[in-house]
Design a protein around this ligand. Structure first.
Ligand SMILES: [Zn+2]
Length: 375
């Protein structure tokens, strides 16, 4: 039952599989959802379902009677090789880099591990879908599939160059019987209205924290239960974000934010906390790496302030940093609601300062000092 591996959105999945069952699968499907919501995973699952040679529809005791895919026939296995999109994409970029200059210009980027299934990623460096990529789709889409029943095209981004979007529209006006086009997007409004009106849109909504948490042991066996609970709450309902969450950076940034918070709430005579605090703020330097580090710190800081607000308003069940709940409770007693609010405003000021290129360590020092003044 490979579809049971898909997290969340059971009604959407049911509708899509039902359309496969009735041989009414749309020629163009827009899968919309946040980053990490499973759009690409779902498109590849449907590509396999449309083309599986075993069709385990009614086989097996755990079957729900709807079309599925076996995962081991030659169509399933070759399509599955496209699963790790980032590495496949990197390989395609590298292959093009190794071409002679004249060929390089004419070579468009694709990921293809099955002759009838083509993945069209946005072409670097602009990371847009280009007209030559769509032309290649047009050149192949009207030929009957060789080894599959249904040709499948998956556009992994909705950032189309204008000419590319217009060419795609022509295909959608006269799609062949035996092809399905998937358009993946975080924002359907980015697609031409005429493209949207010729497609069926399915939205992948946020997955419940409990479901993400229950799937993480399989996806990230390296995390313990506490870590899984934390990541499930921080991943904003996106299973892909949860499974690839950079827990180490998060925890490092959070320990810095906690030092700053504790120093502020501990009062101004707390010398030890101060020494520690300046060690932290000093470590935020200029350069691109420093930029990512401070962005992480600010994001983490906001999540802690939000948690403090949840605690103060009696909504402890909404706290995301559950692994340090005890510490947060103590802090929420030392700070009142107005303090947390001012702290959030102070963070906004640090962000504005960063945009004006103020020295990072100085902005943070000023912020930390301001926090103490208001406490
Ligand atoms: Zn199969």
């Amino acid at each position: 039952m490979p579809f049971s591996d898909f997290a969340g959105n059971p009604e959407t999945i049911h509708r899509l599989r039902e359309m496969v069952a009735r041989n009414r699968f749309p020629h163009a499907v827009i899968l919309s959802g946040a980053r990490g919501s499973g759009k690409y995973t779902l498109a590849l699952m449907l590509a396999r379902t449309l083309n599986c040679l075993e069709q385990p529809t009614t086989k097996g005791t755990d079957s729900d009677g709807l079309p599925d895919f076996c995962g081991h026939c030659s169509n399933c296995t070759r399509i599955a090789q496209s699963e790790h999109l980032d590495s496949r994409f990197a390989e395609a970029v590298e292959a093009r880099e190794n071409l002679r200059d004249t060929d390089k210009k004419e070579t468009r980027l694709f990921v293809q591990t099955h002759p009838d299934v083509l993945i069209i990623p946005p072409d670097p460096p602009q990371l847009m879908i280009k007209v030559d990529q769509v032309r290649h789709v047009i050149e192949t889409i009207y030929y009957r599939p060789g080894e599959a029943r249904e040709r499948v095209y998956i556009f992994t981004s909705s950032a189309f160059m204008k000419e590319a979007a217009n060419s795609l529209l022509k295909v959608l006006e006269e799609p062949p019987e035996f092809a399905s086009i998937f358009l993946l997007t975080e924002n359907p409004g980015e697609l031409l209205p005429t493209i949207r009106s010729r497609s069926m849109t399915f939205n992948l909504g946020a997955v419940a924290v409990t479901e993400i948490e229950s799937r993480l042991p399989q996806l990230r066996p390296d995390w313990n239960a506490r870590q899984r609970a934390l990541v499930a709450r921080l991943s904003e309902g996106a299973i892909g974000r949860a499974s690839s969450f950079d827990l180490e950076s998060y925890v490092a940034a959070r320990s810095h934010a906690l030092i700053m918070l504790k120093s502020a709430l501990g009062g101004s005579d707390n010398n030890n906390a101060h020494t520690e605090l300046f060690k932290v703020t000093e470590s935020y330097r200029s350069g691109a790496e420093g930029r990512a580090k401070i962005d992480n710190l600010l994001r983490t800081f906001y999540s802690l302030l939000e948690d403090l607000m949840f605690l103060q308003s009696g909504a402890a069940q909404l706290v995301r940093n559950t692994d340090i709940l005890g510490e947060l409770k103590k802090m929420s007693e030392a700070a009142d609601f107005a303090w947390v609010q001012r702290a959030a405003e102070g963070l906004g000021e640090v962000e504005r300062g960063l945009r004006r290129n103020l020295l990072r360590s100085l902005s943070l020092d000023a912020f930390a000092t301001a926090l103490e003044r208001v406490s």
